[in-house]
Design a binder for this molecule. Structure first.
Ligand SMILES: Cc1cc2nc3c(=O)[nH]c(=O)nc-3n(C[C@H](O)[C@H](O)[C@H](O)COP(=O)(O)OP(=O)(O)OC[C@H]3O[C@@H](n4cnc5c(N)ncnc54)[C@H](O)[C@@H]3O)c2cc1C
Length: 382
């Protein structure tokens, strides 16, 4: 069925639903959100570990958190959907001098922006984590306001709120191409027909590069598999167990239900779209995890998940216009976008309606930085 819209948003993950909601809340009519899967939020967002934090290594990421995390705190009240924000804190554990020096700089930057990250000595880490073996911990950082949020709740909340404001959300509608004329986007081709629209937002997460290519716009976003598992109940884990990250190994743990969620990034993973769990890497990961937390030897796996990071060359997202008039991007969050989804949608509404983001300056996160050599360096990503 052929249709028309003022704005088409591609991708029903956190970026797409948040952008749809914020545009509709600003009064835009005739928005269509398209998602290829049967359900919304089954891409990277539905597979993410749910972590939210202020602890970052660059000013723009810290500012995005300073704007986004309070939106998650107010979410139930404003959007009307529960998201179970648990402020368990993020505890980064550092085991080499290079990381210690880098995190000292990060904490100074965080403090200068008003983020109260605590610096911990090795003995303090061992005292706080009696169930873990961190004999080699030199130091660490703890962010008391960091924590966990339910990704499904955030997607459902924004989706339902957007629909109440008139957004048409179409699932099982895959984008297959575009009509472009005179350097302007004209319409979106989907498996359900064509949608004519002057404005299109590419919020396709790890698939955003593929979608952009269909429109003839080159966007450097690479899909990279990451995986985690949850364990059967472990009653020993205290209710206030933090989100622990063994930074040098990119190995993390947090409480999930009555058990634990743990993941480790494979540094040798090759780019690709497979979302199957890699059993060999799971073995390597669990050996490392048991070294750090011996009681895991007694736990079984309750669930396993693999998903895709959407990685850019500088591990920072891409916001805004492209050389193709009417074609916008909000993608490339490089493995920590869930927590920035609320503010990202608001900033996209500002970029499209006001010509520039007002709430947080993200002008340096434009697509042109990759061709103009203005990359931003981020260290604090696992
Ligand atoms: C294992 C893992 C753990 C993570 N942990 C965290 C974490 O703890 N904290 C955090 O903040 N972030 C985390 N992330 C990153 C976070 O999940 C992403 O940055 C974020 O969810 C990206 O949202 P998105 O809306 O851009 O992408 P997605 O959620 O992937 O949404 C894009 C959507 O586009 C749809 N789509 C694709 N192609 C088409 C097409 N042709 N037509 C129509 N629709 C299409 C897809 O089906 C998908 O639903 C994690 C990611 C992974 C994989």
């Amino acid at each position: 069925m052929n249709q028309t819209a003022n704005i088409v948003i591609i991708g029903g993950g956190v970026m797409g639903v948040s952008t749809a909601y914020h545009l509709a809340a600003r009064g835009v009519k005739d928005i269509i959100l398209v998602e290829k899967e049967e359900f919304f939020g089954t891409g990277a967002t539905g597979r993410c570990a749910g972590g939210v934090r202020y602890q970052f290594a660059t000013e723009v990421n810290i500012r995005l958190s300073l704007a986004s995390l309070p939106m998650l705190e107010r979410f139930e009240e404003e959007i009307g959907y529960p998201i179970d924000y648990r402020k368990c804190g993020y505890l980064f554990v550092l085991t080499n001098e290079t990381d210690v020096a880098a995190f000292q700089r990060n904490v100074a930057l965080q403090h200068s922006l008003g983020v109260e990250t605590e610096w911990l000595e090795g003995d303090e880490i061992r005292r706080r984590l009696p169930l873990m073996r961190f004999d080699d911990a030199l130091a660490g950082t703890f962010g008391p306001d960091d924590g966990l949020v339910d990704p499904n709740g955030v997607v459902m909340g924004y989706l339902k709120a957007a629909q109440r404001l008139g957004v048409r959300a179409l699932s099982e509608t895959e984008v297959t191409g575009f009509t472009v004329k005179g350097g302007r986007i004209q319409s979106v081709h989907t498996t359900q027909g064509e949608i004519a629209a002057p404005v299109v937002v590419n919020a396709a997460g790890p698939w955003a590069g593929v979608i952009s290519e269909m429109a003839g716009v080159e966007v450097p976003i690479t899909p990279l598999r990451r995986q985690w598992l949850t364990t059967t109940p472990l009653p020993e884990i205290p209710a206030d167990f933090p989100f622990v990250i063994d930074f040098a190994q990119a190995l993390y743990f947090h409480r999930e239900g009555n058990g634990l969620l743990t993941g480790m990034s494979n540094p040798h993973e090759q780019p690709g779209f497979s979302q199957n769990v890699d059993p060999d890497w799971e073995l390597t990961h669990m050996e490392a995890a048991i070294e750090r937390m011996p009681l895991l030897e007694r736990a079984g796996a309750a669930s396993r998940v693999a998903g895709l990071y959407e990685v850019t060359p500088d591990a920072h997202p891409i916001f805004g216009a492209t050389p193709l008039e009417g074609f916008y991007l909000v993608a490339g969050f490089s493995g920590h976008g869930f927590m920035h989804g609320p503010i990202a949608g608001q900033l996209m509404a500002e970029i499209i309606l006001d010509g520039a983001a007002q709430t947080v300056d993200v002008s340096m996160l434009d697509l042109a930085r990759f061709t103009e050599g203005r990359l931003i360096r981020e260290y604090n990503v696992v």
